[in-house]
Design a protein around this ligand. Structure first.
Ligand SMILES: Nc1ncnc2c1ncn2[C@@H]1O[C@H](COP(=O)(O)OP(=O)(O)OP(=O)(O)O)[C@@H](O)[C@H]1O
Ligand SMILES: O=C(O)c1ccc[n+]([C@@H]2O[C@H](COP(=O)([O-])O)[C@@H](O)[C@H]2O)c1
Length: 200
C-alpha cells in the first residue's frame, strides 16, 4: 500500500497543507495520506498552541476526505519529534507500506540538515511541492537525496502559518485561508486571539 505522510506543525493548519497532500495523493496514486502533527519540530520552537488543538484542527479539516487520516504518534509521544524515529516505528508497525513523505519547497532545500537523512532516504521517498519564496531546485541537493525526491505540481499558495498567526494577532481575518471547519474550531476555541463566536 502506498501511504503518504503529511508531517507538519499545523499551527494552524491551512489550505497550503491540504493542497500539498491532495496534489501528492493524486499525482502518485497514494491510497492514503496520514496527517501527522509534530510535538516539537526539530528545527523550530515549541508550537504556540497545544498538540491536542493542532491534532483537532487536522481532524476537523480531513474528516470528509475518504483517503485522509490522522496520525497522533508524535503528539502523544511528546518531546522533540525526529522524523527518522517516527519512520522507524512506522515501518516496524507496517512493514509492507511503501512510504512517501510530503513536504514543501522550503523543507526540500532543508533536507540535508534533517537528522539521519541518510537513513531516511533509504526508508522512504519524499514528494516535494512548490511554495512561493523558495525555488524547488533538486540540483542544489546532494545526489543521494535528490534521487529520492519526486515532485508534484500544485498552484502556488502564498500562505504560511506564521502569516496567519500574525494576521489573527492584528485582528485580520484568516477565513478561507484555512479550511472552513478549522476556522470554526479556531473561533469556537478562541485560539490565536480570535474571539469565540457568540451563541447567535
Ligand atoms: N503554502 C504552502 N505550500 C506548500 N507547502 C506548504 C505550504 N505551507 C506549508 N507547507 C509545507 O507543509 C509542511 C508543514 O508546514 P508547517 O506546518 O510548518 O507550516 P508553515 O506554514 O511552514 O508554518 P510556519 O509559518 O509556522 O513555519 C512543510 O513541509 C511545509 O513546507
Ligand atoms: O527530523 C528532522 O530532522 C526534521 C527536520 C525538519 C522537519 N522535519 C519534519 O518535517 C515536517 C515539516 O516540518 P515543519 O517544521 O515545517 O512543520 C514535520 O513533520 C517535521 O517534523 C523533520
Amino acid at each position: 500500500m502506498k501511504v503518504g505522510i503529511m508531517g507538519g506543525t499545523f499551527d494552524p493548519l491551512h489550505i497550503g497543507h491540504m493542497m500539498a497532500a491532495e496534489a501528492a495523493r493524486e499525482t502518485y496514486g497514494l491510497q492514503e495520506v496520514w496527517f501527522m502533527p509534530s510535538h516539537i519540530p526539530p528545527h523550530k520552537h515549541e508550537a504556540g498552541v497545544s498538540g491536542a488543538d493542532r491534532l483537532a484542527m487536522v481532524q476537523e479539516a480531513i474528516h470528509n476526505h475518504e483517503a485522509f487520516r490522522t496520525l497522533d504518534w508524535e503528539v502523544v509521544r511528546g518531546g522533540v519529534s525526529y522524523t527518522f524515529e517516527t519512520i522507524r516505528r512506522l515501518q516496524e508497525a507496517y512493514p509492507h507500506f511503501d512510504l512517501y513523505f510530503i513536504i514543501g519547497a522550503d523543507m526540500v532545500q532543508y533536507l540535508p540538515k534533517w537528522n539521519e537523512i541518510e537513513e531516511l532516504v533509504q526508508r522512504l521517498t519524499f514528494i516535494g511541492v512548490g511554495r512561493p519564496g523558495t525555488p524547488l531546485d533538486l540540483d542544489a541537493l546532494p545526489t543521494y537525496i535528490a534521487e529520492k525526491v519526486l515532485l508534484a505540481d500544485m498552484p502556488l499558495v502564498d500562505i504560511s502559518s506564521t502569516m496567519l498567526r500574525e494576521r489573527a494577532a492584528t485582528g485580520k481575518s484568516i477565513r478561507y485561508m484555512v479550511p472552513e471547519a478549522v476556522f470554526e474550531y479556531v473561533q469556537r476555541s478562541g485560539l490565536y486571539g480570535i474571539q469565540p463566536r457568540s451563541s447567535d
